[in-house]
Design a protein around this ligand. Structure first.
Ligand SMILES: CC(C)(COP(=O)(O)OP(=O)(O)OC[C@H]1O[C@@H](n2cnc3c(N)ncnc32)[C@H](O)[C@@H]1OP(=O)(O)O)[C@@H](O)C(=O)NCCC(=O)NCCS
Length: 161
């Protein structure tokens, strides 16, 4: 794909984005984990359902979801939550996905910046995904040695900044 503009536009999502966000989540999820998590090992993630996004985006107390749009299509999104007292960082990057065809165009950087700025933050990343870990290291995060097992035996590693 040849981009028509240098950067995707990043803006806050509204409830009208629920359908495209669910679709983009499903695509990004399978692009990221499809080869390591067998399809039969777990159900479709909650965030791949339009209803999950409709509820999340219509909650007036909920965090902002940031959506990246290129040529009218959702090509990435991010969302950080405040996990509350007692957590290792005041912010957790809950979601950051850029569709494969859009990667390497700074969309991930822009989505990360909008969701967490330069704040101290925690996130979980697939332990095998050295590319994503390199991206986050580039942005000041480091592995803290904590690992967890998630769906279908996927190992995730925690990174902190
Ligand atoms: C990780 C991810 C968000 C990165 O998004 P992206 O749009 O491809 O990244 P960008 O184009 O913004 O990368 C920009 C910068 O990071 C650097 N970078 C990217 N990957 C890197 C790597 N592996 N090692 C070092 N630096 C890296 C680039 O050199 C670039 O630096 P610059 O801004 O100084 O020029 C994206 O690849 C993705 O969605 N992956 C799958 C899902 C995932 O793993 N999400 C994270 C867990 S929630």
């Amino acid at each position: 794909m040849t981009p028509t503009t240098p950067f995707a536009r990043v803006r806050p999502a509204t409830v009208l984005d629920a359908g495209p966000l669910a679709e983009a989540h499903r695509t990004a999820w399978w692009e990221t984990y499809g080869e390591v998590v067998p399809a039969e090992a777990h159900p479709e993630p909650a965030e791949s359902a339009r209803g999950w996004w409709e509820a999340a985006l219509s909650d007036p107390d909920g965090p902002t979801t940031w959506v990246a749009v290129r040529d009218g299509a959702v090509v990435g999104f991010s969302r950080a939550v405040a996990p509350g007292a007692g957590n290792v960082r005041p912010l957790e990057l809950q979601l950051l996905y850029v569709l494969a065809a859009e990667q390497g165009r700074r969309t991930g950087t822009h989505l990360l910046q909008m969701a967490v700025g330069d704040a101290p933050c925690a996130l979980w990343v697939a332990a095998h995904d050295l590319r994503a870990q390199g991206f986050f290291r580039h942005h000041g995060f480091g592995l803290d040695g904590t690992r967890e097992q998630r769906w279908g035996g996927l190992t995730v590693a925690r990174m902190l900044r």
